[in-house]
Design a binder for this molecule. Sequence first.
Ligand code: PLP
Length: 233
Amino acid sequence: MHGGSIGSFVVSDIQDNLARIKANMAQALAQAGRNNDDAQLIAVSKTNPVEAIQNALKAGQRVFGENRVQEAALKFPALRDDYPDLKLHLIGPLQTNKVRDAVALFDVIHTLDRPKLARALADEMRRVGKMPDLLLQVNTGLEAQKAGVAPDQAETLLKIAQDYGLPVIGLMCIPPVDQDPSPHFAMLRQLGAKLGLKTLSMGMSDDYPVALEHGANLIRVGSAIFGARNYPA
Ligand SMILES: *Cc1c(COP(=O)(O)O)cnc(C)c1O
């Protein structure tokens, strides 16, 4: 359905995809008895060229997600000149040596997952006086290869981050690819309620309606907007 190279993707395709996803979002939210403005669509543009992002901007999309700091740094500063209301979310793992660039570039960082990173973010935010909103990434599937704090360590990490004065607004998860995502979404929601964190970042191209049923506030959708990526990121 999303096949073909990005070269064949034109404004109307991206416009149609965004319209379809927005309609699906509205339906899922209504079915769950939620307000339409309860959830925001993050267009995940990783691996896609600037032209594709420009097409999404022309279609009215303003919120984007990237998973690599350096890739975002190459693509987004020029776009922000033309679209000052553009918002950029970091959804990929963050190394402490990229914290400076990340704080400069992003409005929201979804991947705080360890005390050392909390410390580095606090130092940098204080230094430059800019405070992107933060989410704790939770490794709900306890996958060894995946980033994220273990669910039973999330409260401790939150306390550490709050002691540093960091603006933690929510939780993010990426369920294991080979599992039903529902229990993971339910776990994240439960953990958010327990910790008093209201913003839930969960749901991707294949499962965002399910995530919305489970209370997602930020859905991260890439290939359903931009088409299949040329290489896995
Ligand atoms: C790539 C990515 C997405 C988007 O994935 P799609 O399946 O293309 O929608 C969402 N979240 C994270 C963390 C990602 O890295």
